[in-house]
Design a protein around this ligand. Structure first.
Ligand code: AHG
Ligand code: MN
Ligand code: MN
Length: 337
């Protein structure tokens, strides 16, 4: 019998290698980096899937630098990523939500040319109620080519436009790993029985428009009038039946943005009277998510400029975020301008 041609089975490691082959100048370091990162993700995935069985739900006694209670799973995810990434010789510094300052590579280990920024666990308030969580990450190249020194604050504070790779992991009904190296967006689904991420969607494109919006509308009375008017508009029925839009809000940015990537529409976390820059952090939430959405053909703005063009001034700075399908974001901008 003649052999049948079937769709290729591609693991994430194989895919990373193949992408690397497209860059003749590549040294393979980046392949190792992502390999170690996905190993950390596998450990986090295992812990999330056993949450409740292993006494890991609930709070630690600590608060993080944003004054938020640190949950045990936040702490676990943070430590696992750090410990998987600190000794491989490819990073020069890390920064993340749970750590006040920069996270240095210990003296005893070699340093490399990449920088890692991450949100170890996104959607912490959903941990104890079995709702989708995420991990967000971005890699930059260091500015100073001298690999003997630690990475610096300048190496971390690069605009999102300079990311060499970014993405997120969504621990949902299944676990998916979505990332881009600037050549489109690919999605891998985790098969827990073999411990592998398999390529399931190649070169994802976000729909041009959809009548779905995502925002915490409980803050309506704190928003400025222009934004209130936009929300009123998308909720007002129209004769062409395009409005009202449907509201979807998980409260885990990764989950809300992932839904927007696949179905289209818009996710928003605006500033308000008490928090003019909103809640989300530029370096390890808004930038990586915006990188992915833009690579898929969507848009992300803080209401004034493209998120990826913002020149960061501090590791934990916040930014308003409006992200999603091109036509949805453009429609919003007409109200904001
Ligand atoms: P984190 O769990 O990393 O602190 O992030 C939570 C964020 C984000 O995931 C989500 O979109 C937002 O908080 C929800 O905030 P509200 O409860 O104010 O809507
Ligand atoms: Mn987060
Ligand atoms: Mn977090």
């Amino acid at each position: 019998m003649e052999a049948q041609t079937t769709p290729k089975l591609i693991t994430i490691d194989r895919h990373i290698n193949e992408e690397q082959d497209l860059h003749p100048e590549a040294t393979g370091e980046f392949t190792f980096l992502l390999h170690d990162f996905t190993f950390a993700i596998r450990l986090i995935e295992r812990e999330i899937r056993r949450a409740g069985l292993t006494d890991i739900l609930g709070l630690t006694e600590n608060t993080n630098i944003h004054g938020e209670a640190v949950r045990k799973l936040d702490q676990f995810a943070f430590e696992v990523i750090y410990r998987a990434m600190d000794h491989n010789g490819n990073l020069c510094v890390m920064a993340c939500e749970e750590s006040q300052g920069l996270m240095k590579i210990p003296e005893k280990y070699p340093k490399g040319k990449y920088v890692l920024v991450f949100d170890p666990l996104d959607g912490s308030s959903n941990i104890d109620v079995n709702i989708t969580l995420g991990t967000i990450f971005g890699f930059y190249k260091r500015l100073d080519p001298d690999l003997r020194t630690d990475g610096s604050l300048e190496d971390v504070l690069q605009p999102g436009r300079k990311l060499v790779a970014a993405g997120y992991v969504l621990f949902g009904s299944s676990t998916v790993f979505v990332y881009s190296t600037g050549h489109g967006v690919n999605l891998f689904t985790y098969d827990p029985t073999v411990g592998e991420f398999l390529l399931t969607k190649r070169n994802i494109k976000i729909p041009e428009w959809n009548n779905q919006y995502s925002v915490n509308e409980g803050y309506y009375h704190k928003w400025d009038e222009k934004f209130q008017k936009y929300i009123d508009f998308i909720k007002t029925p129209s004769t062409d039946k395009k409005r009202p839009y449907s509201l979807r809000y998980v409260g885990t940015a990764v989950a809300d943005v992932h839904r927007v990537l696949i179905y289209g529409g818009i996710f928003m976390y605006p500033g308000d009277k008490s928090n003019p820059n909103g809640k989300l952090r530029l370096m390890y939430e808004a930038n990586p998510l915006s990188f992915v959405i833009e690579q898929a053909g969507g848009l992300a703005t803080d209401g004034k400029m493209n998120i990826l063009d913002i020149v960061p001034t501090s590791v934990h700075q916040r930014t308003p975020l409006f992200i999603g399908s091109k036509r949805n974001v453009e429609e919003l901008m007409e109200f904001l301008s």
